[in-house]
Design a protein around this ligand. Structure first.
Ligand code: NVA
Length: 202
């Protein structure tokens, strides 16, 4: 009865099983491992503000979660560099020539064209909330970190954000932040995705 199905769920294996039995395209609306629709919007937002993302440096500060994993897929697809800094014990599992890992988040942000982060605790991991709040306290994107990035660096966040945790209010509400355009672009990029899947046009 449907032309396209979007599934937002937890383990990636759930959507993989679903897609293997589906005769129509299945869009990943978010899993524990990946969040491709978000990164389509994020890459589009970067291009819309600053031009091609190829050859640029994106700094990911915080949890190596679904959004971070998908930034890595984007780096491999669009050919840009991903600097990742996570607290010890939360490192990105996948190794790639597109990723450089940094123990110090300031170093990851240094010279970046885009600084981005996400909540310290993703959906489904709420039981780890207190522990993560302690582990991530030095991984906040604040004004000092934005100063280490390029002068015209953008700040992005997939939202909802926790001001005072992963991002300082003055950054998310400041002039380098494009979070509202980024949120609006979820609509436009997902319309493009549907068009591509339904009528096959790029
Ligand atoms: N990493 C977050 C993204 C929310 C849009 C989560 O999975 O909860």
């Amino acid at each position: 009865m449907c032309d396209v199905i979007m599934v937002r769920t937890f383990e990636q294996s759930i959507i993989d099983t679903f897609a293997a039995s589906s005769r129509v395209p299945v869009i990943n609306g978010l899993t524990n491992e990946y969040h491709p629709c978000q990164i389509l919007a994020d890459v589009f937002t970067y291009i819309d503000h600053r031009g091609p993302i190829r050859g640029k440096t994106v700094a990911w500060i915080g949890d190596s979660n679904n959004v971070c994993n998908t930034w890595l897929q984007a780096a491999e697809t669009f050919d840009f560099k991903l600097n990742v800094s996570t607290p010890p014990g939360y490192e990105l599992e996948k190794k790639s020539k597109y990723v450089e890992s940094f123990a110090d988040p300031m170093k990851a942000a240094t010279g970046a064209d885009l600084v981005t982060t996400d909540v310290w605790t993703s959906m489904g991991f709420e039981a780890e909330n207190e522990e993560r709040r302690r582990d991530f306290q030095d991984w906040q994107v604040d004004a000092e970190m934005m100063r280490a990035a390029k002068k015209d660096a953008l700040f992005m966040h997939c939202l909802p954000a926790h001001r005072g945790e992963e991002v300082a209010a003055e950054v998310i509400d400041g002039p380098q932040s494009v979070v509202w355009d980024e949120a609006e672009n979820r609509l436009h990029t997902q319309k493009a995705l549907l068009e591509f899947l339904v009528v096959g046009r790029k």
